[in-house]
Design a protein around this ligand. Structure first.
Ligand code: NAP
Ligand code: MG
Length: 504
């Protein structure tokens, strides 16, 4: 392993855990269908990379329509067979066991996540994995507890009526690359708690930690066919899932563009669809806020995970009277943030996920310059190996600029200035997105009025980017619909049946 001056790695990195075979590739790459590890029916594979150096680290089965067919058939058999005979308490025990196994292998899973995604090992180990483990435990507690009610009909009906909460059925889950194992967990855990079966497709860039999770699911006692992992591309394997008549629901997290395609395509079989899409979240700093703290947390809010977050606080709105003081802290702190070797525990900012994503982000930085925003920190690629981009801050951004409207999904903050509360709310809501927002103020009244006025699925007051497995998460406007996490996810993974019993 050789390090370049920015800390990026030039070849396959030395790892703490032995994930590699003798040929220098990771041992993961086959798909999980019906409890078996299988190649694609076509025999084709595609490459998985380590973003820190761009090196190929695995060959992954290229799933297609035939593989999706097999996975759906297995999920259907399990739904009606083995899984239907396992009650809620037992499903809860299995979910808890999954969490225990993940905890036992936490260092290995965290390293694998960083190897395939490029995010700092510190984040994988301290955030992504612990939150995923806690998510399986949270839904272990809910297993079998999404129950129906006895409801009194009109007395003249002389009937007893009650509802059953039944699983939706075979759930197709299509997930992105920014938090691979966590996004898989947010979808698999509630689906299994409610008695569904799953066909999940990881993003093409990041299959590996999810394949390893598949091994742990089997070890925990998840019966064959209950969770099937089909690796491959969105426009082939993903599209085949969306079109498949044997899939009852699609849960999707990713871009608005693909979300719209999925909704259109799902109409032909009238599948249920839940969409968790992008954002351009405003982080509003009023002059009476703790400006030091606001600046510090706002930087975390945009640069965590290299800015590749649907909730990234990518529009920082600062009140004019505090602008100079705030910008001084923000730009000084931003300039001190550096990228480094993702596998080094001291690194706070790693690599973007892919060359494509890096080019996309650099393209937006170019747009920001062209459209007249003022670059106050960063703005460049770091080194020539891997996909590292400097933490970048643009000041003097206005709402019409591309970098104030489009989701960049990278380490780029756009700072806009506002005059008063009404102006802040107007600018904040001037977006097609509505996933999240932040409000920084010393006034309870300002905080609560603004929180109510913002069109967003989550509003953070004097903090940013907090999530909890018990709290619902999802979007307003083009950020999607449906809620993940919390009890809200149980509604997404069950359907209600009313039963009338005539008493005459
Ligand atoms: P994407 O294309 O929306 O990918 C999300 C998932 O959808 C992936 O598993 C993808 O497979 C799959 N997919 C793509 N086309 C599909 C289709 N026609 N039918 C069914 N599934 C399909 O996102 P991306 O291309 O990875 O990233 C592009 C941009 O999307 C980012 O720059 C960012 O702005 C946004 N994004 C948002 C989120 C979020 O959490 N809100 C996450 C990721 C990306 P493939 O991986 O094979 O394409
Ligand atoms: Mg894609």
């Amino acid at each position: 392993m050789s390090s370049t001056e920015n800390g990026a790695i030039a070849a396959i990195p030395a790892t703490q855990h032995n994930h590699f075979n003798d040929d220098g590739l990771l041992r993961y790459g086959r798909m999980l269908i019906d409890g078996e590890w299988v190649d694609a029916a076509s025999g084709e594979t595609f490459e998985a990379l380590y973003p820190g150096s761009g090196t190929t680290i695995a060959r992954v089965a290229l799933g297609g329509t035939g593989d999706v067919d097999r996975a759906v058939a297995a999920a259907r058999r399990a739904l009606e067979g083995s899984w239907s005979k396992i009650n809620g308490a037992e499903r809860g025990r299995i979910l808890w066991k999954i969490a225990d196994l993940m905890e036992q292998h936490i260092d290995e899973l965290a390293e694998l996540e960083t190897l395939n995604n490029g995010k700092p090992i510190l984040e994988s180990r301290r955030v992504d994995l612990p939150q995923s483990i806690a998510c399986f435990r949270y839904y272990a507690g809910w297993a079998g507890k999404a129950t129906g009610e006895t409801i009194e009909p009109d007395a003249r009906a002389n009937a007893l009526a009650f509802t059953l909460r039944e699983p939706v059925g075979v759930c197709g889950q299509i997930i992105p690359w920014n938090f691979p194992i966590q996004m898989a967990t947010w979808k698999i855990a509630p689906a299994l708690a409610c008695g569904n079966t799953v066909v999940i497709k990881p993003a093409e860039q990041t299959s590996l930690s999810i394949l390893r999770l598949g091994e742990l699911l089997l070890e925990a006692g998840v019966p064959a066919g209950v969770v099937n992992i089909v690796t491959g591309y969105g426009h082939t394997a993903g599209a085949a899932m969306v079109a498949h008549p044997g899939i009852d629901k699609i849960a999707f997290t990713g871009s608005v563009e693909v979300g719209k395609i999925i909704m259109r395509e799902a109409a032909s079989s009238l599948k249920k669809v839940t969409l968790e899409l992008g954002g351009k979240s405003p982080n509003i700093v009023f002059a009476d806020a703790d400006l030091e703290m606001a600046a510090k947390v706002a930087l975390g809010g945009i640069f965590f995970n290299q800015g590749q977050m649907c909730t990234a606080g990518s529009r920082i709105l600062i009140q004019r009277s505090a602008r100079d003081r705030f910008m001084e802290t923000l730009s000084t702190r931003a300039a001190k943030m550096t990228t480094g070797d993702p596998l080094d525990p001291k690194t706070r900012m790693g690599s973007l996920v892919s060359q494509d994503q890096m080019e996309r982000v650099l393209g937006y930085i170019g747009k920001g310059r062209e459209e007249g925003a003022t670059l106050v920190a960063g703005g460049e690629r770091v080194g020539t190996s891997g996909y590292f981009v400097q933490p970048t801050v643009f000041d003097a951004v206005t709402s019409e600029m591309t970098i104030a409207q489009e989701e960049i999904f990278g380490p780029v903050a756009s700072v806009l200035t506002f005059e008063d509360e009404a102006d802040a709310v107007r600018i904040a809501n001037d977006s097609r997105f509505g996933l999240a927002a932040g409000v920084w103020t010393g006034s309870v009244g300002t905080a609560l009025r603004t929180a109510r006025a913002l069109k967003a699925g989550t509003v953070w007051v004097n903090t940013y980017n907090m999530t909890d497995n018990a709290l619902p998460f999802g979007g307003y406007k083009e950020s999607g619909f449906g809620r993940e996490l919390g009890a809200a996810a149980l509604d997404m993974y069950t359907q209600t049946k009313t039963v009338w019993v005539d008493l005459a």
